[in-house]
Write a protein that binds this ligand. Structure first.
Ligand code: PLP
Length: 407
């Protein structure tokens, strides 16, 4: 009995593994034999605090998070971190440069899609430094306005000693992602930043919202901050995970006394750290379900298992897009090498064809395939909970659709 569920290829919130839903339903009534449901239990109870400690250690184990970094939990999603990143990193910069004029604080943003663009806009809104678009991939698109590529390494113009360097690993709307093959021209240009040394700690910040826990994170140790909302790969909305290098947990009040902007207490990473992520009431239910997902990831073989699975899933869907493209029905939107593993975007050619594609999919029990409203087209999201069997169902449908359209 799957409770009448369909295959949900939505971009987020997205599908969760059914065994986790079954388990969570029990926890809603009675969490770990406390007699109290998970949404009702105190976040300070020993059962919950040990649950959250276990969640943290599972993330640490799976991503091989080094002891230089803490794992923090908060709310407000990726969007809240757009602001928190700016405020905390500017406070950090101020403490490192107590005498420097504020305009010397430069914030480098790599813009490869809608989300990094939005993050950069928030940096401009909050002010407190200069914002530099290190590279804007639209410049390298055919039309001059599409986010359809990862720029080649000679396009990046990093500042000297910036307060932060920001990128979004996977652009959920545009389906563009940095390659994890070090030799690929679409890999993140870590070598242009140099190595982190004790003196020269990179202020590198990455938004991993839509690719967290789908495979290992390259050069995690070189990052100041990696953050992600839970609602794509690991849980329901409401939980945000931050992996923070300890030098970024700065005393924002001390920085404010030196002229940095005051930081709302809930946005201060140090507040989260000092309170073990329990400064206020956290999203207990979301944390619980995320913990169940992480236990499942662990029991299935960890990120190696998911990396292999997700590679196979994405390559099957891209192969079907290619097939359709060769026959004039589909058009892949992203340049070779910059394609996302998590969000496959393509166009369907022909009068009314996109609607026929979506309607036909829905008849076969597949939903969530409509592209983001800002870009249109089709978007197939392939987060961890999507099984290979479900992908096979979609691929068969795509092939049948192409055959029908070219009959
Ligand atoms: N960053 C990326 C890559 C996203 O995909 C999203 C949401 O889809 C966000 C940030 C914003 O996240 P939230 O809705 O959790 O604020």
């Amino acid at each position: 009995n799957n409770h009448g569920r369909v295959i949900n290829f939505g971009a987020g919130p997205s599908a969760l593994p059914e065994p986790v839903l079954e388990e969570a339903a029990k926890g809603l009534f009675n969490f770990q034999n406390t007699g109290i449901g998970i949404a009702e239990i105190s976040h300070r109870s020993k059962e919950f605090t040990s649950f959250i400690a276990n969640l943290e250690s599972l993330i640490r184990k799976q991503l091989d998070v080094p002891p230089t970094h803490e794992i923090l939990f908060t709310q407000g999603g990726g969007s809240n971190q757009f602001s928190a990143v700016v405020l905390n990193m500017l406070a950090r910069w101020r403490l490192l440069h107590p005498e420097a004029p504020a305009e010397e604080a430069v914030m480098d943003y790599v813009v490869t899609g809608s989300w990094s663009k939005k993050a950069m806009e928030e940096a401009k809104r909050l002010g407190g430094g200069r914002v530099n678009a290190v590279a804007d991939s639209r410049q390298f698109s055919q039309t001059g306005k599409a986010f359809d590529n990862i720029p080649s390494h000679d396009a990046y113009k990093f500042s000297r000693d910036p307060a932060l360097i920001y990128y979004c690993e996977n652009e959920t709307v545009d389906g563009v992602e940095f390659s994890h093959e070090e030799s690929s021209p679409a890999a993140f240009p870590f070598q242009l930043l140099g190595q982190s040394t004790e003196k020269q700690l990179l202020p590198l910040v990455a938004d991993y919202s839509s690719s967290f826990m789908c495979r290992p994170i390259p050069r995690l140790a070189d990052h100041a901050i990696v953050y992600a909302g839970a609602q794509k790969n690991i849980g329901p909305a409401g939980l945000t995970v931050i992996i923070a290098r300890k030098d970024c947990l700065v005393d924002v009040d001390a920085a404010a006394r030196l002229g940095a902007a005051p930081v709302p207490i809930m946005l201060s990473w140090k507040t989260l750290s000092d309170s073990k992520s329990l400064y206020n009431t956290p999203s207990v239910l979301s944390i619980y379900m995320t913990g169940l997902v992480l236990e499942r990831i662990d029991s299935l073989g960890g990120l190696k298992y998911f990396e292999d699975l997700n590679r196979r899933k994405a390559s099957k869907v891209y192969a079907a897009v290619k097939e359709g493209q060769d026959r004039g029905v589909f058009q892949k939107k992203v340049k070779d090498g910059s394609e996302s593993w998590m969000n496959v975007v393509f166009e369907v050619f022909g009068e009314g064809a996109e609607k026929r594609f979506l309607d036909g999919a829905e008849k076969k029990g597949m939903k969530g395939l409509k592209g983001h409203r800002s870009v249109g087209g089709i978007r197939v999201s392939l987060y961890n909970a999507i099984t290979e069997e479900q992908v096979d169902t979609l691929v068969t449908y795509m092939n049948d659709f192409v055959a029908e359209e070219t009959k």
